[in-house]
Design a protein around this ligand. Structure first.
Ligand SMILES: Nc1ncnc2c1ncn2[C@@H]1O[C@H](COP(=O)(O)OP(=O)(O)OP(=O)(O)O)[C@@H](O)[C@H]1O
Length: 772
C-alpha cells in the first residue's frame, strides 16, 4: 500500500494514483469458529465451509475462501494499534492538504461503531474519531510554522434523510469538548436523537474540515477527513421485519448499501458512468470512492460459525473496494484576501519610501500614507515641511507611537512615523533616551526639549513593573487552567487518592466500605455468606470484589491520576517557558534598541546627521564613540536571543497545546468514571435486591452474574432494570446461543417490539434446526 508523505513534508503537487486500502478487523467473540483462520502476519483470512451434503452428490460449491488484505487486525488488536495502522497516516496527509476517508463496513454487531467511535466503558477503548482529534491537536501544536482552522460536522443518514448530530444547542461548543463527546457521550448523543432505535440502522459520517496555512505564506490548503460508520450490511435479507416503519427503514438501508455496491462495481469495472447520485450516502462519499481522497476501509467481521456467510460477503465486498484507484492531490489554493492585504501593505510601504526619496527626506506622505504615520501630522494640524521643530502635540503623539512600538512584543512590530527626517530624528532621540535612561541623558535634540525628561528612571521602572505584572498574570492564567480542571471534576488529586476505594460519592449509596479489592478476578478477602446481606456496606464490599464495573472505576481513577500528574507537569513547563519567553523578549528589545542607537551614533560619527551638515571623523566625542562601541557589543547577540525566543515560543506553544489536550482527556475520563460509578451502583442494587428477596440463594455461590458480560452494547440503565425488577424468565430460553447474535439481543421495553424480537430469534432457531 503506498505510504503517505512524511508528516509536515511538502506534499507533491502532482496527482497520485492510490488504491483504496482495505483492512480486516476481527471482533473478539466468546466462541470463535475453527472454520475461520487468519494470518495477521501475511494479512489474509480463510473461511472453510464444508460442502452441504443435502445438495446431492454432484456439488461443486467451494469449501475454502481465502481473502488477502492490506492489513489484518486480529481480535486482540488494541484500539491504539488500530488507530496507528489505519487512521494515523490518513490524518497526517489531511494536515498536509489531502482529503481522507476511513469507513467501516460489516454486518451488525461486527465492531464498526467500536472501531470508528469506540467503546464507552474503558478509556483505552476510544475509537478512531476521538484519537484522531487528540492526534490532530498534538500535531498542530507541533507544527509551529503553520496555523490551522478546524471545522467539524457530524451527520447521520437515516432513510435517505440527513440529520445534524451537532446541533447548536448541544453542549459541544469548544473543540476541547470533542474528545469527551466520543469518550463518554457518543451513545448519549445518538440515543438522545429521535433516532434512538435507529442508531445502528443509519450511516454516520463525522467530518473534520481542515484549513492549513504556513505562516507568512498566502497559500491555503483545505482538506476533508471523513470517518464513516455504515449501517449493518445484512439486516434486510435476514431480519424478516414486518412492521411498516421497519420495512421502510430496511428498504432504505438495503437500497443505500446496494447503491454503494453499484458505485463500487462501476468503479471496479471502469465503467464510464458511476451512479453516485442514486443515494445520499454515495453522494457524500463521491470523492472518497474514485475521487480525490486517500481512502481506507475497515471490514469488520465477527468470526463465529453463525456469521460465516455474512463474513464471506463482507470480505468479497472488501476485495472489490480494494480494486478502486483514487487520484489524490493536495488541495492548495491562493488565499486571495490574504494576498491582497499583504500586497496593499507592501505597496503603502513602497510609496512611503518613494516619496521620502523624491522629497530628499522632508516630505510628509499625506493621503498616500496608510498607517498611523499621519497621526502626528494630524495632531499638529500642518505639514512638517514648514516646521523647523516638532510641536508639543506632535511630540506627544510621537512619544505614544514610540512607546507602543517598544512595548509591542511581536517580532514584526514596526514603528510607522512620518516619512520626514524631522520625525525620524525625533523618534531616534526618544529611543536613545529610553535606552540610556536616567536624568544624565538630558541632552535632547532641540525639537524635543522640555518633553523628554520623563523617559528616564521612572519610565524604566514603570516598564519593569508592567513586565512583572504581565508575568504574574500569565502565571495566574496557567494556575487557573489547572485549577479549572480540578474544580470541574470537584476533585483534587489528593481527594482522588482518598476516594480510590469509594466507587461513588453519592451519600445514599453504600459506598463507604473500605475494600481494597482491585479486580473481580482478585481473591476476595470476604467470602459470601448470608450475614453479609445484613450489612449493606459489607455486601457492597463483597460485590466490588466480583464486579467488572468496579474494575472499570479503578481503571478510570488510575488513568485520571496519571492525567493529573501529566497536567501538573505540563502546567509547570508552560509557566517556566512563559517566564523564559518574557525574559528573552526583554533582552531582545534591549538589544534592538541598543542596535538602533549604535546605528544612529555611527551615522552621526560618519557624517550623515540627517540635516545635511557634514561632521568630520574626528569630531565624534570620545564618550559617544565609546558608547557606540558598547552599544554595538550589546546588540551583537541579538540574533541568538531572538532565535532562542522563537524556539522557546515553539516549546511553550507545544506544551500549552498538550495541556489543553490533557485537560480534554481528563474531562472525557471523568465522564466515563461517572458512567462506571453509576453502573456499579445499579449493578449492586440489582444484585442486592435479588439476593435479599431470595434470602441469599439468588445464586448458588452468591457470586453475582454480571449482566454486562452478556450485553455489552446495552445502555447501563436498561440492563439494570432488567435484572433489578422482576428478574423475569429469560425470553430467549431454549434458543441456542449460536442463533443469538454475539451480543445478546437487547429488548426495548416496548412489549410489542420485544415480542417481535423474541419471535424472530425463535423462528431463526427453528429454521436453523430444520436445515441441519
Ligand atoms: N474489538 C472489540 N473489542 C471489544 N469489544 C468489541 C470489539 N468490537 C466490538 N465490540 C463490542 O461488540 C458490540 C457490538 O459492536 P458494535 O456496536 O461496534 O457493532 P456494529 O458493527 O457497529 O453494529 P451495528 O451495525 O448494529 O451498529 C459492542 O458491545 C462492542 O463494544
Amino acid at each position: 500500500m503506498p505510504e503517505p508523505p512524511e508528516a509536515g513534508a511538502t506534499p507533491c503537487q502532482e496527482p497520485e494514483q492510490q488504491r483504496i486500502g482495505v483492512f480486516l478487523r476481527l471482533r473478539p467473540v466468546p466462541r470463535p469458529s475453527g472454520r475461520v483462520v487468519a494470518s495477521p502476519e501475511e494479512g489474509w483470512v480463510e473461511f472453510n465451509v464444508p460442502r452441504d451434503a443435502s445438495q446431492g452428490l454432484i456439488n461443486n460449491s467451494r469449501e475454502s475462501y481465502r481473502f488477502p488484505f492490506d492489513g489484518l487486525l486480529p481480535a486482540e488488536a488494541r484500539q491504539d494499534e488500530v488507530f496507528e495502522r489505519v487512521a494515523a497516516p490518513v490524518l497526517l496527509s489531511a494536515l498536509d492538504g489531502y482529503n481522507g476517508t476511513v469507513f467501516a463496513f460489516g454486518q451488525t454487531g461486527s465492531g464498526k461503531t467500536f472501531t470508528i467511535c469506540g467503546g464507552t466503558e474503558r478509556y483505552a477503548d476510544r475509537g478512531l474519531i476521538p484519537r484522531a482529534i487528540s492526534a490532530l491537536f498534538a500535531e498542530a501544536a507541533r507544527r509551529t510554522d503553520h496555523t490551522y482552522v478546524l471545522h467539524i460536522s457530524y451527520m447521520e443518514v437515516y432513510c435517505e434523510t440527513g440529520f445534524d448530530l451537532l446541533e447548536p444547542n448541544r453542549e459541544v461548543k469548544a473543540l476541547e469538548d470533542l474528545p469527551k463527546l466520543f469518550l463518554g457521550d457518543t451513545n448519549r448523543v445518538v440515543a438522545e436523537t429521535p433516532l434512538n432505535q435507529a442508531s445502528s440502522r443509519s450511516h454516520c459520517i463525522f467530518t473534520l474540515h481542515i484549513e492549513a496555512r504556513r505562516v507568512g505564506e498566502s497559500v491555503v490548503r483545505r482538506s476533508k477527513l471523513h470517518f464513516v460508520d455504515l449501517a449493518g450490511s445484512e439486516r434486510v435479507v435476514k431480519t424478516g421485519l414486518s412492521a411498516h416503519a421497519q420495512l421502510k427503514e430496511a428498504k432504505y438501508i438495503n437500497l443505500s448499501l446496494h447503491f454503494l455496491e453499484q458505485v463500487i462495481i462501476s468503479l471496479q469495472e471502469g465503467r464510464a458512468h458511476v451512479p453516485y447520485r442514486n443515494s445520499m450516502l454515495t453522494q457524500v462519499l463521491r470523492d472518497s470512492l474514485g475521487g480525490n481522497t486517500r481512502t481506507v476501509m475497515v471490514a469488520a467481521v465477527a468470526p463465529e460459525a453463525a456469521h460465516i456467510e455474512e463474513s464471506i460477503s463482507t470480505c468479497r465486498f472488501a476485495q472489490r473496494v480494494a480494486m478502486i484507484t483514487n487520484r489524490v492531490e493536495v488541495n492548495e489554493e491562493l488565499d486571495l484576501e490574504l494576498l491582497v492585504r499583504r500586497l496593499k501593505q507592501e505597496n503603502a510601504l513602497l510609496r512611503q519610501e518613494l516619496q521620502l526619496l523624491r522629497s530628499g527626506g522632508t516630505v510628509v506622505p499625506g493621503s498616500d500614507s496608510t498607517g498611523g504615520a499621519g497621526e502626528a501630522s494630524a495632531a499638529a494640524g500642518s505639514g512638517p515641511e514648514q516646521q523647523q521643530a516638532l510641536s508639543e502635540a506632535e511630540h506627544q503623539v510621537l512619544r505614544r507611537q514610540v512607546q507602543a512600538y517598544v512595548e509591542d512584543t511581536a517580532p514584526d512590530a514596526s514603528l510607522d512615523v512620518q516619512a520626514s527626517m524631522l520625525f525620524i530624528h525625533a523618534a531616534f532621540g526618544l529611543l536613545k533616551g529610553m535606552v540610556r535612561g536616567g536624568p544624565a541623558w538630558g541632552h535632547q535634540p532641540a525639537a524635543l526639549s522640555g518633553s523628554s525628561s520623563s523617559n528616564s528612571g521612572p519610565e524604566a521602572a514603570a516598564a519593569e513593573v508592567r513586565s512583572l505584572r504581565q508575568l504574574v498574570q500569565d502565571q495566574e492564567q496557567q494556575i487557573g487552567v489547572l485549577a479549572g480542571v480540578l474544580r470541574k471534576q470537584g476533585l483534587s488529586p489528593d481527594m482522588l487518592q482518598q476516594a480510590d476505594n469509594h466507587p461513588s460519592s453519592s451519600s445514599s449509596s453504600p459506598h463507604h466500605a473500605t475494600t481494597s479489592a482491585t479486580g473481580h478476578g482478585a481473591t476476595s478477602a470476604l467470602a459470601f455468606s448470608e450475614e453479609l446481606l445484613e450489612d449493606q456496606h459489607k455486601a457492597f464490599e463483597y460485590f466490588c470484589t466480583t464486579s467488572p464495573a468496579h474494575d472499570a472505576v479503578a481503571e478510570h481513577k488510575a488513568v485520571l491520576r496519571g492525567k493529573y500528574e501529566e497536567a501538573r507537569a505540563l502546567g509547570a513547563r508552560v509557566a517556566a517557558s512563559k517566564q523564559r519567553i518574557g525574559e528573552l523578549k526583554a533582552a531582545v528589545e534591549r538589544r534592538r534598541l541598543a542596535r538602533s542607537m549604535a546605528a544612529l551614533l555611527r551615522q552621526q560619527a560618519g557624517g550623515g546627521n540627517g540635516g545635511g551638515e557634514q561632521v568630520e571623523e574626528g569630531e565624534l566625542q570620545d564618550a559617544e564613540e565609546e558608547s557606540a562601541k558598547g552599544l554595538i557589543e550589546k546588540a551583537r547577540p541579538l540574533a541568538g536571543a531572538a532565535a532562542c525566543a522563537s524556539a522557546e515560543k515553539a516549546a511553550h506553544r507545544e506544551a500549552y497545546g498538550s495541556l489543553r489536550g490533557v485537560k480534554a482527556e481528563v474531562d472525557g475520563v471523568q465522564a466515563m468514571l461517572e458512567q462506571a460509578r453509576v453502573r456499579l451502583q445499579r449493578d449492586f442494587q440489582a444484585w442486592y435486591a435479588t439476593m435479599a428477596r431470595s434470602g441469599g440463594s439468588g445464586s448458588s455461590d452468591g457470586v453475582p452474574k454480571h449482566g454486562m458480560e452478556h450485553a455489552a452494547a446495552a445502555p447501563a440503565g436498561e440492563q439494570q432494570v432488567l435484572v433489578a425488577e422482576a428478574a423475569p424468565p429469560d425470553p430467549f430460553a431454549g434458543v441456542e446461543a449460536e442463533v443469538l447474535s454475539a451480543a445478546r439481543p437487547l429488548l426495548t421495553g416496548n412489549s410489542q417490539a420485544d415480542a417481535d424480537i423474541v419471535k424472530f430469534y425463535q423462528a431463526r432457531h427453528a429454521l436453523l434446526r430444520s436445515t441441519r
